[in-house]
Ligand binder design. Structure first.
Ligand SMILES: Cc1cc2nc3c(=O)[nH]c(=O)nc-3n(C[C@H](O)[C@H](O)[C@H](O)COP(=O)(O)O)c2cc1C
Length: 408
């Protein structure tokens, strides 16, 4: 639980959440912060409440208490985005203060009604509308739909140049009091960069087109600080997170980095033997490789690696005339997240009929992933020396394709 000062009259109230699956689905090994912001003019506003998860609203009230802020003095609740991890707090807040106004887009207002039956005192705003808090503090709003729900907007404090960007420009990773890029060491920034890729690929990757539009729109503002709903605040170099997000958005269509991700599954070690061989070959080629066995590694972890990778190797046996199911499941999710135009090689074992390749082709076509495949290698039972060599050669071809695509 942290209270920190972002800029003159702006305070961040952060609550870390760990040991949950984010959105009930995504593993967050390093936790996530839920960031709320208090903005003080003559009047006080709070930007984004936090989730109604057990203990979280109480933590936020305790933080307000610590700041000597009486919840009744908060006049505006700015709901940048209605998803319950940002707005789930409203119900609890209502019990203490029934005299506040919600500021949101029309779409968020509709969702507030649907989710919480909340319809009173809503100020609906659209692009470039303003809210004057007094004492020279004027807020401007920018709609950034579909980053990450259709209702999302960003709030801009014109006095300090602070952009409250909600889910845009966010990251996973719990935070400490030094939750600012100007206070963090280089390796800590690197840590949050990895957490940002994980967050981006898991949460907003499917909306990369809308992310690009949001970057364009927000870049017109004289931004000095970016204060997202999750992760660290960018005060020294806000351009870094804008550029990082621009890059992550471009990875959807590829090429991404000069990296290969191997996603593999194996029942009795036949496919695994070939995976180990390929790992050795790729190591000799000197390319960065991320290796994920499924279902042992979670979808979120696999997605984060795949997002960064221009090359993908899928290694799985045939199972009941189809792909080994955990590989098929993660592949479907990768397709839905729009990981497109990758260079791919697949190999795997079968017993008598094969069938994995047919399902693989079906998924990639149905989800319009536009993946470019090298000729697959399938082997009966255990791969022979010749078959291993062939797989090794194809892996080297993949490295060439990846390097060509990245360095084009
Ligand atoms: C439950 C089960 C279902 C299988 N279904 C098929 C199948 O439909 N067609 C086929 O050719 N082989 C099938 N096999 C054989 C495997 O593909 C074969 O044993 C392969 O070598 C397993 O590779 P792995 O050790 O990497 O898992 C099946 C094996 C199991 C255990």
């Amino acid at each position: 639980m942290n209270i920190t000062t972002v800029a003159e009259g702006i305070y961040q109230l952060s609550v870390n959440v760990e040991n949950i699956l984010f959105e009930g689905l995504w593993e967050i090994p390093n936790g996530v912060s839920l960031n709320s912001y208090i903005i003080k003019g003559e009047k006080t506003a709070i930007v984004d409440g936090v989730c109604g998860w057990d203990g979280v609203p109480e933590s936020l009230f305790a933080l307000l208490d610590k700041m000597d802020i009486n919840p009744e003095s908060i006049e505006y609740l700015i709901v940048n985005h209605m998803e319950p991890d940002h707005s789930g707090w409203i119900e609890n807040f209502k019990k203490i203060n029934s005299n506040f106004k919600v500021v949101s887009t029309a779409k968020a207002a509709e969702l507030l009604d649907g989710f919480y039956g909340h319809t009173d005192n809503i100020i609906m705003v659209k692009d470039d509308d303003t809210l004057d808090l007094g004492n020279g503090r004027v807020l401007t709003f920018k709609e950034i739909p579909n980053v990450h729900w259709p209702d999302t907007m960003a709030t801009f404090d014109t006095l300090t140049g602070t952009l409250f960007s909600c889910d845009a420009f966010g990251a996973f990773g719990s935070v400490t009091d030094g939750n600012y890029d100007d206070l963090l060491k280089e390796e800590e920034i690197d840590f949050y960069e990895n957490e940002a890729v994980r967050y981006y690929s898991n949460i907003v990757g499917a909306f990369s087109l809308q992310v690009k539009k949001a970057i364009e729109k927000c870049s017109q503002l004289p931004i000095k600080i970016i204060a997202p709903g999750h992760g660290i605040v960018w005060r020294k170099n806000p351009n870094k997170i804008l550029e990082d997000y621009e890059r992550y958005a471009s990875y959807s269509k590829g090429p991404a980095k000069e990296e290969i991700t191997i996603i593999w599954g194996s029942m009795y070690g036949m496919t695994e033997k070939a995976v180990r061989y390929v790992e050795k070959v790729l190591k000799e080629e000197g390319i960065k490789v991320n290796v994920h066995q499924v279902p042992e590694d979670s979808w979120g972890t696999v997605l984060a690696s795949v997002w960064n990778s221009t090359g993908i190797i899928l290694a799985m046996p045939t199972y009941e005339y189809k792909m080994f199911p955990p590989v098929a499941a993660v592949l479907e999710e990768i397709g839905k997240k729009k990981v497109l135009n990758r260079k791919v090689f697949r190999f795997g074992s079968y017993g008598w009929s094969g069938g994995a390749q047919k399902e693989l082709d079906e998924i990639v076509t149905r989800l319009r992933m536009n993946w470019e495949f090298l000729e697959p290698v399938e082997f009966k039972g255990s791969a022979s020396e010749e078959e291993l060599e062939l797989i090794g050669e194809r892996a080297k071809d993949l490295v060439k394709e990846v390097r060509n695509a990245v360095n084009k």
